[in-house]
Structure formats: structure tokens, C-alpha cells
Design a protein around this ligand. Structure first.
Ligand SMILES: CC(C)(COP(=O)(O)OP(=O)(O)OC[C@H]1O[C@@H](n2cnc3c(N)ncnc32)[C@H](O)[C@@H]1OP(=O)(O)O)[C@@H](O)C(=O)NCCC(=O)NCCS
Length: 167
């Protein structure tokens, strides 16, 4: 991690962020997940943001936070309900600089604030080592059907009991 980089700021998702967030989603899948998912699988995954209005509606229905550096969005996270970290995507140019950790920790803090005892995530194969570093434990593998393609991921969970530290 580059210590000279300013820590990003966080703010809630706004409807006018739809296009930039959809772009981060597509770019992160395209550029960061190629070792784990083939082109057809990545296209199917990226299609989740093809209709930007529906994508924005999904994000607005959850608690969605953006990370900004120099005023520009560099990643986002969404918390569904109290205990599901649903989406976490970082701009490829900003990957490996701690943005994902900042966002995941913010989602964890929100979940704790809502009284969740556990935080769940369906981790992509790309993100599994990242979530393991944050203390999530693999539960089981699963495959989801998207646009006629099967994408494997791993259900992971982190206990948020009183003994565990808040990030
Ligand atoms: C997974 C993702 C969110 C990580 O974001 P990031 O900003 O690069 O993560 P950080 O910089 O905070 O990384 C924290 C640590 O995890 C490690 N890490 C991050 N991505 C990793 C990967 N793909 N493989 C192995 N380790 C990884 C980093 O090296 C870092 O380790 P360190 O603390 O020893 O330096 C980002 O790579 C991404 O958007 N991936 C594509 C989309 C995706 O799969 N999202 C998750 C859906 S469940």
C-alpha cells in the first residue's frame, strides 16, 4: 500500500452517481477478475449494470457508500439489510491502495451499528483472499446463474461478536 496516498473520503451514494458507479463495477470486473472468470462469465457479470437505472435502484435500496479521492469516486460498497455485504468494487487504477479495505470496514461498522452479529458476503474467487485478510471465513462454495453463465463464488462470514474488534 502506498503510504503517500491520501486516505479516501466516504459519502453516501446519490442518484447522480449511477453512471460512474456502473463504470467502476464494469471496469473492476473487466480488469481485475480475468484470472478467475473467463470472458463470457465476466460479460454476464458486467451485464448487471447494463441498465444503469435499475442498477442505481438496487444501490439506492441498500446502504451504499462511495470512496472518493480528490473528489473522484474510486470505489463503492453496499450493505443489504443488516448483515450482507452485497457489492464491493474498486476502480482498477486504485486497486491495492487500501480502498477496498476502507469500504469493507465501513460496511462492517454499519452492520455492527445495526446490531448484526455476523457479516456475510458472497465472495468472488478474486476477492476471497482479500476477505480472508479481513477475518471472513469461507462457509461453502456455490454457483450462481447469470445471463446463461455459471459463476462460482464462496459464501463467507465474519462474526461480529462483542469480543471482536471494530475496524
Ligand atoms: C476485491 C477488491 C474489492 C479489493 O480492493 P482493493 O482496494 O484492491 O483492496 P485493498 O487495497 O484494500 O487490499 C487489502 C489487502 O488485500 C489484498 N488483495 C486485494 N485484492 C487481492 C486479490 N485479488 N488477491 C489477493 N490479495 C488481494 C491486498 O494485496 C492487500 O493486502 P495487504 O494488506 O497485505 O497489502 C478489488 O480487487 C475489486 O474490486 N475486485 C473486483 C471485483 C470483486 O471481485 N469484488 C468483490 C465482489 S464479492
Amino acid at each position: 500500500m502506498n503510504a503517500s496516498l491520501a486516505k479516501p473520503t466516504l459519502r453516501p451514494f446519490l442518484p447522480q452517481d449511477a453512471a460512474v458507479v456502473a463504470q467502476i463495477f464494469r471496469d473492476a470486473i473487466e480488469d481485475l477478475t480475468g484470472d478467475d472468470y473467463d470472458e463470457a462469465q465476466r460479460s454476464a457479470w458486467m451485464a448487471g449494470a447494463a441498465d444503469e437505472a435499475s442498477f442505481a435502484k438496487r444501490l439506492a435500496a441498500q446502504t451504499t457508500l462511495l470512496a472518493l479521492r480528490d473528489g473522484e469516486p474510486v470505489g463503492f460498497v453496499s450493505l443489504k439489510g443488516n448483515d450482507l455485504l452485497d457489492m464491493l468494487y474498486v476502480r482498477p487504477e486504485a486497486a491495492g491502495e487500501g480502498v477496498g479495505t476502507l469500504l469493507a470496514n465501513a460496511a462492517e461498522t454499519l452492520a455492527r451499528g445495526r446490531g448484526a452479529k455476523i457479516l456475510n458476503v458472497d465472495a468472488s474467487d478474486t476477492a476471497l483472499p482479500f476477505f480472508e485478510k479481513l477475518g471472513f471465513k469461507p462457509q461453502f462454495r456455490q454457483s450462481i446463474a447469470l445471463e446463461g453463465e455459471w459463476l462460482a463464488n464462496t459464501k463467507m462470514a465474519k462474526a461480529l461478536d462483542a469480543g471482536s474488534k471494530s475496524p
